[in-house]
Design a protein around this ligand. Structure first.
Ligand code: BGC
Length: 854
């Protein structure tokens, strides 16, 4: 049996309205011949282009073989493969890709903006816009290209188009505003039709940021930008755009909506049939047609935010003042959907919080985010269903006030999980239920923090694309979900917002809040390390090419700051943020010297840029960055390492950096440093002593010097601070602080205390690579490294991953003396199998079983 999948295009989950005119193709093969390898491929495009037989083992992000797609052009592609063993597959089914509007000149639409009279204060009412138009019979194709200044929901003849949430998401609007392409012929009718849109302020104009935040960050007027293109069977076309003409506006039922504060909806104010033909809009006001820069409009590279699941309450609790509190059993990003019947004008209030304190909602950690929704009933004879549309909250608990009658938790309220609709690709499981819960918590924190961009947290007045957080979490993220598309977009924003001198904003998109941008280690280094991680995990060399200027600009800037001694010891640093020893009100007061952290990162990213330059064929750069990396490494040793291998800074993080980033000189120094790290961890009673910087590295550092037992003692520690302490406290997501909740059940007094921050969950990558033993040995998992290191009393562990070449898996069992490993290696790849007490060996595609002694 030999089968080839339908090809995919770039990193798209849904290749409709893409922005790449020559999308790279990928496919996977299912073969039951052990060791199967691709010898050649053939691609055929729907326009008759064929590659013929191309002798190549490539099947991931293979160059587009035909003429570039024009705007709106749709083309099929199929593939057939030849194995090295002479086997030939059938042609795959056709898969279709369609370009969006590739040229700014394709956009005829203006920005239809509600008139100033209707515009409330930011985070005020959402406004309705509508326009009637007519369509003829025999529609062959209809596409709606749409985006907004602000958030939009768009309807065609009374039906919501698509299932996006918080569209168009948040990007660096000044440079890149993403539009969506919807396929809409089924929603059209012959004769009268109506487009209707609801527009909210969202990130564009609403309040963003901490310390009171700012409003009107991108502009002071919301607007809809939409272009409906209808093609008829006879080849003629109609185009309906937001040209101002015929677009009319009015307030609607959403009387106020804010990403942080929540939404207020008065159902009595919904004009019945407003987005359908025949509605009398004579009292509505005309929209203004404003110019906008179509060159900023870009197609998405990944999926939108969607509703990805619902949760019913697991308990109905009564708070200290008799309030009704629903427990959904899981901390999420999302919102509630209610089903309620009651008198017209009656208002229900929904409040949200991540945890309870003394039995009541703990809302202090939300800071200035009210996270409060209200619904005022229409008073229908039938139950009314409602879910806010332009806000999300981070919560596990919801307090419901003013419910008319008896609330039935089984049918009246669900929590709707919302986040970027990425494909889950990886899993982990082992014999320790606490580690499994830790892993689940990491996954939930990733879900909660991908509300369109990689954020720090989903609940308080922040939710920003903090660079340091995704920098440390990217390896875990890239295993759990296919996040290459969303991160490609975010990296384009990062590059767009990077200063000419190379400075990377602390968060992307950048909004000026309390402080200025300054170059900061581990945070700014995201410019280099996030593309590098994606390359390792997906094999996407094109991304490195695209980001190369951004990567080098960052390293060059740091180089210019450090001067001749190569030590980065000046300027503001976040350092080993949230070292557990830092006081609650000073999270940056870590034990590890900021200059040590910053210089170690500089050596790291210089090395990565050197490797990137070599891959891209920039040999001059490859040499000069490699020289830089070794000079910085030498500077690090001069300043921070004794000849025997002790560090000037006697902390877990300092040793983790030195060991993992190869900053020491030879086996002697490594051995001494390793021994000292083991001593330090033991002296801390095997409790974690690292913040954002040391946490992703510490277990790897210990394993790199053979201290597996110490790594497992740290990993399975339950006392605070540790990874499992929050699990023992009932955590369902990763906390921002090791002790966001104190052992007595009170919330950490620090004003910055979230219960959903993924950074400290970066350890999931260690679970995948070392506990289960599934890691990439070559970019894109072209070669796997199967190297489980059982320990910690675990009797089994397994990991599964949809690699770019197909499903891979490792699963092991042990009785303490014998280890049995089963591994699945995808067709077209090989694996280095490195088991305890055994010589490393190479295997080809197929399922293998190995037994060794421990
Ligand atoms: C965020 C972080 C972020 C940090 C910067 C916090 O407010 O929530 O996760 O990285 O600031 O140090």
């Amino acid at each position: 049996m030999l089968n080839v999948s339908t090809p995919t295009f770039e990193h798209h989950r849904e290749p409709l309205g893409i922005g790449e005119p020559a999308p790279r193709l990928s496919w996977t093969v299912t073969a039951d011949t052990p060791g199967w390898r691709q010898q050649a491929y053939e691609i055929e495009l729907g326009d008759g282009t064929t590659t013929g037989r191309v002798d190549s083992a490539e099947s991931v992000l293979v160059p587009w073989p035909g003429a570039p797609l024009g705007s709106r052009e749709r083309r099929g592609a199929r593939v057939r493969v030849h194995g090295a063993d002479g086997s030939v597959s059938d042609w795959s089914p056709w898969s279709y890709v369609e370009a969006g509007l590739l040229d700014p000149a394709d956009w005829q639409a203006a920005a239809a903006a509600p008139p100033l009279e209707l515009l409330g204060v930011p985070d005020g009412p959402a406004l309705l816009l509508r326009r009637d138009f007519s369509a003829r019979a025999a529609v062959e194709r209809a596409r709606l290209y749409v985006t907004a200044h602000g958030l939009y929901e768009i309807e065609l003849n009374g039906r919501v188009v698509g299932d996006d949430v918080l569209a168009p998401g948040w990007s660096s609007y000044a440079h890149r505003l993403r539009y969506r392409t919807h396929d809409v012929p089924e929603l059209l009718r012959e004769g009268g039709n109506t487009l209707g849109a609801t527009l909210a302020d969202g990130w564009y104009r609403g309040r963003i940021g901490f310390l009171g935040g700012k409003t009107d960050l991108y502009g002071d007027r919301t607007a809809l930008i939409a272009q409906l293109e209808i093609t008829y069977a006879d080849g003629s076309t109609d185009v309906v755009t937001t040209d101002g003409d015929g677009w009319r506006c009015a307030p609607g039922p959403v009387t106020a909506t804010s990403l942080y504060d929540g939404e207020k909806h008065d159902a009595r104010l919904l004009p019945s049939g407003w987005s359908e033909p025949g509605f009398d809009d004579s009292s509505w006001l005309p929209a203004d047609a404003l110019p906008h820069d179509a060159a900023r409009l870009v197609a998405p590279t990944g999926p939108p935010v969607r509703r990805t699941g619902t949760l019913s309450p697991v308990a109905v609790l009564t708070g200290p003042d008799g309030e009704t509190i629903l427990d959904f059993g899981q901390n999420i990003a999302g919102r509630l959907r209610i089903r309620v019947q009651g008198p017209a004008g009656h208002t229900i209030t929904l409040r949200h919080a991540e945890v309870l304190e003394n039995g009541a909602l703990a809302i202090r950690p939300l800071r200035q985010a009210a996270a409060l929704d209200t619904y005022t009933l229409r008073g229908d004879a039938e139950p009314e269903e409602w879910e806010p549309r332009f806000t999300t909250h981070g919560f596990r608990y919801a307090q419901i006030d003013g419910w008319p009658g008896e609330l039935d938790p089984a049918s009246d309220v669900v929590a709707v999980v919302c986040h970027t609709d990425m494909r889950p690709i990886g899993d982990f499981e082992c014999s320790d239920p606490l580690l499994n819960r830790l892993h689940d918590n990491v996954r939930w924190s990733m879900r909660g923090n991908y509300v369109d961009l990689p954020t720090d947290c989903p609940q308080r007045d922040e939710r920003l694309g903090w660079t340091g957080d995704i920098q440390v979490f990217a390896p875990a993220a890239a295993f759990l979900y296919d996040c290459a598309g969303p991160l490609t977009s975010w990296l384009a924003d990062l590059a767009a917002e990077q200063a000419e001198v190379g400075t990377v904003p602390h968060y992307v998109p950048w909004v000026p809040l309390a402080f200025d941008v300054s170059p900061t280690a581990a945070w700014g280094d995201a410019a280099v390390l996030v593309p590098w991680v994606l390359y390792q995990r997906t094999g996407d060399l094109g991304l490195l090419r695209t980001q190369y200027a951004s990567m080098t600009a960052w390293v060059d800037q740091v180089t210019s700051l450090t001067g001749a001694d190569h030590l980065w010891d000046e300027g503001f640093q976040f350092g080993d943020w949230l070292d557990p020893a830092a006081p609650p009100d000073n999270p940056g007061k870590a034990r590890t010297d900021h200059a040590l952290v910053a210089t170690a990162y500089h050596a790291w990213t210089a090395r990565v840029v050197a490797d990137t330059a070599a891959l891209l064929g920039h040999s001059g750069d490859a040499t000069s960055y490699a020289e830089l990396a070794s000079e910085v490494r030498a500077a690090f040793r001069r300043e921070f390492v004794t000849p025997s291998g002790r560090l000037a800074c006697d902390t877990q993080t300092a040793y983790a950096l030195a060991l993992c980033l190869d900053l020491l000189d030879g086996p002697g120094q490594r051995e001494r440093a390793g021994r000292r790290l083991v001593e330090l961890v033991a002296a801390d009673d095997h409790r974690i002593g690292t913040g954002f910087v040391g946490t992703p590295l510490i277990c790897d550092a210990l394993c790199s010097v053979g201290a597996y037992d110490t790594a497992y003692q740290l990993l399975t520690q339950r006392n605070c601070p540790s990874w499992l302490y929050p699990v023992t406290m009932g955590a369902t997501t990763i906390w921002e602080r090791w002790d966001s909740m104190l052992p007595d059940g009170t919330v950490n007094p620090g004003e910055m205390t979230s219960f959903n921050h993924y950074a400290l969950g970066a350890v999931a990558d260690f679970l995948h690579r070392t506990v289960a033993g599934l890691a990439p040995d070559e970019p894109g998992y072209r070669r796997l490294r199967i190297a489980p290191r059982p320990g910690g009393g675990l009797t089994h562990a397994s990991a599964r991953l949809d690699t770019p070449y197909g499903p891979a898996a490792v699963s092991w069992n042990t009785d303490g003396t014998t280890l049995t490993v089963t591994a699945t290696v995808p067709p077209g790849t090989s694996a280095l199998v490195d088991l305890p007490q055994a010589e490393p060996r190479e295997v080809g595609a197929g399922t293998h079983e190995f037994t060794t002694r421990l």
